[in-house]
Each structure stands twice: as C-alpha cells, then as structure tokens.
Design a protein around this ligand. Structure first.
Ligand code: HEM
Length: 272
C-alpha cells in the first residue's frame, strides 16, 4: 500500500498534465513510445496495484469504472492512509486512447525555475496557490538522485554545490547518493507522514529538489510556503481543493469521448 501512496499521487500528477488528453489515464498505457515508457516516468511505481483494483472491478461490474477514475480515487484514498485530508472525487471520467512519450517529458522534472513552474501550472488552469499547495505532496515519497545531483556537485554549471545547501545536509545527500538511481526522501524529517513538515523544511533550507527550495526563495511563492508551513488546516483544505482542480484537468466525460478500458495497460480492441 505504501507504494500506492507515492505511486498514485505521482501518477495522478503525470496522468493529469498531458497536453491534450488531461486526466485520462494515458500514463497507464503500456506500449512502446507511451508516456509510461518515457524517461521521465522511469521511476513511477504502483501500476500493479491499479491493475489489481481494475481486475477486481471488471470481475464485479465489467466496463463500468474507468482507469482514470480508479487512479483519481486511489490518489485520494492513499493520501488519507498517509494521514492527509479527504476530498470529494467526482466520477465519470473516460480513458484516453492516445499516449505520446514526448508529452511526459514536458512535465516539470525538478530543475525548473519558479517562472517555468507557474507557467506550466497556468497552462493546466492552476494558479500559484495551487502550485505551492500541490507541491506539498512532496511531504511523502522519494526522488532518485539524478533528479537533484547537480545541486551536490555542479550547480548551474559552477562546478560547486548549490550555495543554498547547508554543509550537513549537503554531506548527508552526498552519502545517500552513491548512484543516480538511489532514492532519497523528499521530506527529510517526516517522510512517511502527510503533514506540513515539507514546508517547514523549506524554511530551514532542507528542500530536496531545486524546484522545492525555489518556492521558498521566490517572492511570488514564499508567503504561501510560510502560510502552509504554519497552518496545517490551511494546507490540508487548500491541498484538497487543488487536488479536485488537478483531477478535473481535461477530463473526458462526453458520450463520444474516450472509453472505459477493460485493461488499464491497453486501449480496447475496436469491435468490428
Ligand atoms: C511543482 C512541480 C513538481 C515537480 C517539479 C515535481 C518533481 C518531482 C520529482 C523530480 C520527483 C522524483 C521522481 C523520481 O526521481 O522518482 C517527484 C516525486 C514525487 N512527486 Fe512531484 N513534482 C511536482 C509536483 C507534484 C504534484 C502536483 C504531485 C501530486 C499532487 C507530486 C507528487 C509526487 C510524489 C508523491 C512523489 C514521490 C514519488 C515516489 O516516491 O515514488 N508532485 N516529483
């Protein structure tokens, strides 16, 4: 279940941010050149759990619940299991029939500046407050060292570490990152609890990704970081509201749009 907590939240983000498809479970399609096989998706996990849920649903009520609804509900329920808030998930999404690897590569990778993040969220119909609240999902889960190892050795091609990293944290990360695919907790203090520690860590310069720490130093986002760090109720209610928004980006709901996949890994065969 732990894998699902991280995997589902991360997958719902990726599944949601496709340029045209939106929240249509295209990330679950398992073909050559699919988003799931893109480099940016390499460390995504939790697919087995989604497959198991789908198989059970197909046994009980065939062709009724889409993979995108499963993914969205799983992200919500996984958040609750980690101690986070509840939010209503509106159902009735359909699954997309298109997946393009290049679209997964457009999702922010952790080295962008705040302007790029704001622009990216804006193109999804999300604002700066959504950006900060949703980044709070990094209160759980891990990142592979390749996502941030420039900060340890060669920040902005200076051949020096990120000056924002305090020596004890820098040394800890260097010790934890022997290989590119080694994993490090995104929330350095309470990595398995859905809480406000992620934001408090940013205030103490303990953010892991460049993008995480940048939210604290940029004047467009820093006051929201402080607010969320100091007011757990505010973080929880804004996170819920922003997740509903994220889960509604570009959904397929109309009669002739998309389909209810029988197997989340593959589009349905057309009936002749
Ligand atoms: C603000 C833009 C974001 C950036 C730049 C970003 C970047 C990243 C990166 C680089 C990782 C590590 C991936 C890896 O190495 O395996 C990661 C992990 C994660 N992200 Fe984000 N992310 C963003 C927004 C979000 C949002 C909106 C959510 C959910 C609502 C989310 C949930 C997660 C979770 C749960 C993990 C941990 C995954 C695991 O442990 O397997 N992220 N993110």
């Amino acid at each position: 279940m732990k894998i699902l907590v991280n995997g589902a939240l991360d997958a719902v983000f990726l599944a949601t941010v496709r340029d045209e498809g939106g929240c249509d479970a295209s990330i679950l399609l398992n073909y050559r050149r699919s988003e799931r096989r893109a480099l940016a998706s390499k460390t995504l996990r939790g697919f087995r759990v989604i497959d198991d849920i789908k198989a059970e649903l197909e046994r009980k009520c065939p062709r009724t619940v889409s993979c995108s609804d499963i993914l969205t509900a799983a992200a919500r329920d996984a958040t609750i299991l980690a101690g986070g808030p509840f939010w209503e998930v509106p159902f009735g999404r359909k699954d997309g029939r298109i997946t393009i690897a290049a679209e997964a590569e457009r999702v922010p990778q952790g080295r962008e500046n705040v302007t790029a993040l704001i622009d990216y969220f804006k193109h999804l119909g999300l604002d700066v407050l959504d950006l900060v609240a949703l980044s709070g999902a990094h209160t759980i889960g891990r990142a592979a060292c390749h996502s941030f190892n420039d900060r340890l050795y060669n920040f902005n091609r200076t051949r020096k570490p990120d000056p924002n990293l305090k020596p004890p944290f820098l040394n800890l990360l260097r010790r934890q990152c022997k290989k590119d695919m080694d994993l490090v907790f995104l929330d350095a203090t309470t990595p398995k609890m859905f809480d406000t520690a992620y934001f408090k860590n940013l205030q103490k310069k303990l953010g892991l990704l460049t993008t995480d720490q940048a939210l604290q130093s940029d004047e467009r986002t820093s006051s929201f970081v402080d607010l969320m760090g100091n007011q757990p109720f505010l973080f929880e209610s804004q996170f819920s509201a922003s997740m509903v928004k994220l889960g509604n980006v570009g959904v397929l709901v109309r009669k002739n749009e998309g389909e209810i996949r029988v197997n989340c890994n593959f589009i349905n065969r057309r009936r002749k």
